[in-house]
Structure formats: structure tokens, C-alpha cells
Design a protein around this ligand. Structure first.
Ligand code: IMP
Ligand code: MG
Length: 190
């Protein structure tokens, strides 16, 4: 008999909402010009949607694009291969770009996307991540805007999944007993 895993709340809705407003004000204070937000799918969709509306309240009028990247996971650990599943449609040349992702862990996903957009002629590429897991970096990258420092646990919710589940949760949480559910693993993460 299996019991449904319990989700322990790590960052609740209200805490995330307040942090998004503060991040948006920080981003607006740098006075980006002709701003293009590029959200990395799938995991950042909820963060990006909330952050973009907070940017509007902070007086910015960004255009919005999406890139779907997949960093393949072995279990819940990134293997380091990043591939483009869906590319941006806009020309990024000369634009101030804000790259938005859910988690900075090894740093490979954000570094891949940032290098790609810079190589295509963006004027600047700044990075905003909801969560940063320190001590896990495999490549040198310092995000410009960080929502929260995240403990070294596998998190779900607020857009983030394990085996396609839990993205709908309005908070960030930890699945209890994840280690006992190997059938949840062995899938591409994004
Ligand atoms: P990277 O290791 O910095 O390239 O992060 C790779 C991607 O793995 C992130 O963009 C997330 O989509 C995913 N990821 C890393 N840690 C977690 C986690 O704890 N929960 C859900 N997804 C994660
Ligand atoms: Mg991701």
C-alpha cells in the first residue's frame, strides 16, 4: 500500500509574493532599456508570470519570450547536458535581456542560456533566479537577482516538478520520503 507523499512548505505564497515585489523594484532601479524577459521553461513559468506582473507595477513594460531548455537529470542530479527544446522567436540583438529561471544549481542551464543570448548579440543579459542552491555550482556564474537561498534538498511547487507532478502548488516545498520513490526519477527535467 502506498501513501501519498507529504509536502513540507519551505517558502509560502505570501513570502514569495513579497520577495517578487522587492526583486522587481531592484530590477527596475537598474533602468533597463527595451527590456526583453526570457523565461526558461518549464520550471520558471509561475515565477516568471508573477515577476513580470511585479515588473509592470514597478513601472517597466518588458516584452516576454520563452526558451524551453532541458537539463537532463540522473535521478534528481543534473548530468550537465543542456539542449534547446524550443527557441526564442525574437531577435535579441541590442536588447537588455533578463533571463528568468527557477533554480540555479550547477549553473549549467543559466550559463548555457546566457552564453547563447550574448552570442546572438544581446546588449546585456542579467539573470534572475527564484532559488539558489549554494555549494552546488559546477560552472562560475553569479546571478544578478536571487529570490531565496535554498537548502540542499530537492524542491517542488511554484512551477517546479518531480516526474511532472507538483508544478501547480502555489508554494515551494519539499517532498518527504523522495528517496524512497525511485519510480519518480529517471526523466528529463526542465
Ligand atoms: P542547473 O544544475 O543549475 O543547470 O539546474 C538545472 C535545472 O534543474 C533547474 O533549472 C531546475 O529546472 C532543475 N532543478 C535543479 N534542482 C531542482 C530541484 O530541487 N527541484 C526541481 N528542479 C530542480
Ligand atoms: Mg529549469
Amino acid at each position: 500500500m502506498s501513501t501519498a507523499p507529504r509536502i513540507r512548505v519551505l517558502f509560502d505564497e505570501d513570502t514569495i509574493a513579497k520577495r517578487n515585489e522587492a526583486l522587481a523594484q531592484e530590477i527596475a532601479a537598474a533602468k533597463p532599456e527595451n527590456l526583453l524577459v526570457v523565461a526558461v521553461l518549464k520550471g520558471s513559468f509561475m515565477f516568471a508570470a508573477d515577476l513580470i506582473r511585479a515588473l509592470h507595477r514597478s513601472g517597466l513594460a518588458p516584452q516576454v519570450e520563452f526558451v524551453h531548455l532541458s537539463s537532463y537529470l540522473d535521478g534528481t542530479v543534473s548530468t550537465g547536458n543542456v539542449t534547446i527544446l524550443r527557441d526564442v522567436e525574437s531577435d535579441v540583438r541590442g536588447r537588455d535581456v533578463l533571463l528568468v529561471d527557477d533554480i540555479l544549481e550547477s549553473g549549467r542551464t543559466v550559463t548555457f542560456a546566457k552564453d547563447l543570448l550574448m552570442a546572438r548579440g544581446a546588449k546585456s543579459v542579467k539573470t534572475a533566479v527564484l532559488l539558489e542552491k549554494p555549494g552546488k555550482r559546477a560552472v562560475q556564474i553569479h546571478p544578478d537577482y536571487v529570490g531565496f537561498t535554498c537548502p540542499d534538498v530537492f524542491v517542488v511547487g511554484y512551477g517546479m516538478d518531480v516526474a511532472h507532478s507538483y508544478r501547480q502548488l502555489p508554494f515551494v516545498g519539499v517532498v518527504d520520503h523522495l528517496d524512497n520513490s525511485p519510480d519518480l526519477f529517471d526523466k528529463p527535467g526542465a
